[in-house]
Design a protein around this ligand. Structure first.
Ligand code: AP5
Ligand code: MG
Length: 220
């Protein structure tokens, strides 16, 4: 199954992606996670992306298109993929069409996570992230031990782009460049709107239902 998660910053794309991939047996391809790893590793890609990311601005299309083209060619993505945070602009969506066409594949579902702005701002103001596995934690989704990742014991950090002024910039980028992508995919009949407000388990159940993947709660 080939899936895109759309939704504004803080909608829960990363949180839900990390759960859903286990059910579907497909990899999460998060351009944000890949870029943050490149920044942490100090690679040439990371050096190009860091200032833009820290400012809450989008990285140029050519850079992320190249990342996704390479990731979709990997053996792990052969049986499906979940794109989290890509595409984010119309040129990225058309590049994805071209990449998939070249590989004889198509998008099955676009999950559009809907969350009101005041909830997004509240979530992001309380978010801590694992620098190693990128798992996000928040006020309603805390780690078992304060400040420590449940999965790998790493010390959690606050993402630089979660400062309030950067969050505002990210919202502006989303509204001006990304929100219109629901219309782009709606014409193809693949968009499923999902209410992203509720507990993480509730939202997960809605996504599973929208994907028609399994009956909720059957094999957890
Ligand atoms: P990216 O990493 O993709 O960030 P984003 O889209 O801004 O989204 P977030 O990761 O902030 O939110 P999320 O929806 O994943 O929410 P989460 O699950 O963490 O991109 C970062 C940057 O990289 C961009 O600004 C840009 O510079 C660059 N970039 C990446 N992709 C790019 C592209 N394609 N083109 C150009 N540039 C690109 O949840 C948020 C919080 O809420 C967490 O604390 C979580 O624990 C909590 N939470 C989640 N669900 C619930 C719930 N149901 N109830 C209560 N709390 C919840
Ligand atoms: Mg995320």
């Amino acid at each position: 199954m080939n899936v895109i998660f759309l939704g504004p910053p803080g909608a829960g794309k990363g949180t839900q992606a990390k759960r859903i991939i286990g059910r579907l047996g497909i990899p999460q391809l998060s351009t944000g996670d890949i870029l943050r790893k490149a920044v942490a590793d100090g690679t040439a890609l990371g050096k190009k992306a860091k200032a833009l990311m820290d400012a809450g601005k989008l990285v140029p299309d050519e850079i992320v298109n190249g990342i996704v083209d390479e990731a979709l060619g990997s053996p792990e993505a052969a049986k499906g993929f979940l794109l989290d945070g890509f595409p984010r602009t119309v040129p990225q969506a058309t590049a994805l069409d071209e990449i998939l066409q070249r590989r004889g594949r198509k998008i099955d579902h676009v999950i559009n996570l809907e969350v009101p702005t005041e909830v997004l701002v509240d979530r992001l103001s309380g978010r801590q992230t694992c620098p190693k596995c990128q798992t996000p934690y928040g006020k309603d989704t805390p780690p078992k031990r304060a400040g420590i990742c449940d999965k790998d014991g790493e010390k959690l950090i606050v993402r630089p782009d979660d400062m309030p002024d950067r969050v505002r910039q990210r919202m502006l980028e989303y509204e001006s460049k990304t929100a219109l992508l629901t219309g782009y995919y709606r014409k193809r009949g693949v968009v499923r709107a999902v209410d992203g407000v509720g507990t993480v388990d509730e939202v997960e159940r809605r996504i599973i239902q929208a994907l028609g993947a399994e009956r909720p709660g059957v094999d957890r």
